[in-house]
Design a protein around this ligand. Structure first.
Ligand SMILES: [Zn+2]
Length: 284
């Protein structure tokens, strides 16, 4: 059974793409170079046997009364094969949920990292790339486009740049990419929320209003330890200081609203509450 979550009149569904492995020192720079046996128990207990952490890729589908919105779409099949990771299953998950590709009207790209963007593009004719959802408006922050395409991206591993450029250009050339300033309503009760730091144009998505709200998030947090330690940055954070400020601001907002958090790299949605100087997460 698909587990839709109702938020106001909207329904939200996690579209599982799979699980990928990461070195702890990548996901949490604080532990870079620290031998496994010296890691605190709270971290070690989250490890797989091989000393790597598993992070899910969880795109979210939002259905309002009038519009179907997708937030990110996994890594794509080709990347899964190349990386030898058990991801790239989002298309099958969407099909299993009974949603056909032509029903997706808006695809929000939280940011241009391959684990979020890659699945929105498929191999096309003659080695070119083409949109998986050719009928959908693909929304990307103008700041994200500028960073990856118009500038020489700083603060990022260089091997990420060609994939991001290739996929963004493919969407642009197909005429489906729209650059947005952020903080705007994209469907009835669905708003974009700029959450910069992980990347310069990182976007989150707000659903609902008043006490019934949800935030659908890309990479403001990468691991379940971000709640107890919002100050821990990841090697993928382009601007670590801004990423930490944004993370705390988002958690504060969720505490205040009592709304649900759908986070791309967490297994389930849940709610954030204060805990000492930091936060804790209760899976819903
Ligand atoms: Zn990610």
């Amino acid at each position: 059974m698909d587990r839709w979550t109702n938020v106001g009149s909207a329904g939200l569904l996690v579209i599982e793409d799979g699980l990928a492995t990461y070195e702890i020192g990548f996901a949490i720079v604080h532990f870079d170079g620290v031998p496994n046996e010296q890691l605190p128990d709270e971290i070690r207990s989250g490890f797989a046997e091989d000393g790597l952490i598993y992070l899910p890729y969880n795109p979210t589908l939002i259905r309002t009364d009038t519009t179907t919105v997708l937030v990110d779409f996994g890594a794509g099949h080709e990347a899964a094969v190349e990386w030898e990771e058990d991801v790239g299953h989002a298309a099958g998950s969407l099909r299993a949920a009974g949603v056909s590709p032509d029903q997706v009207e808006i695809a929000v790209i939280t940011h241009a990292h391959a684990d979020h963007l890659g699945g929105l593009v498929v191999p096309g004719e003659g080695g070119a790339r083409a949109p998986r959802f050719p009928g959908a408006r693909h929304l990307l922050a103008r700041a994200e486009w500028r960073y990856w395409v118009e500038e020489e991206p700083a603060g990022v591993s260089v091997e990420m740049i060609p994939d991001a450029r290739r996929d963004l250009h493919a969407l642009r050339e197909a005429g489906v990419l729209e650059l947005v300033d952020g903080d705007e309503e994209i469907a009835d009760g669905v708003r974009l929320l700029p959450t910069p730091g992980h990347t310069p144009g990182h976007l989150s998505v707000l659903v609902g209003s008043g006490p019934e709200t949800a935030v659908v998030n890309g990479d403001v947090l990468l691991t379940p330890w971000a709640f107890a330690h919002p100050e821990w940055d990841s090697r993928a954070d382009v601007d670590p200081e801004l990423a930490v400020r944004t993370r705390r601001a988002l958690f504060d907002r969720l505490v205040e609203s009592g709304g649900l958090l759908f986070a791309y790299h967490l297994e389930t949605p849940g709610r954030v509450r204060p805990a000492g100087d930091a936060y804790a997460f209760d899976p819903a």
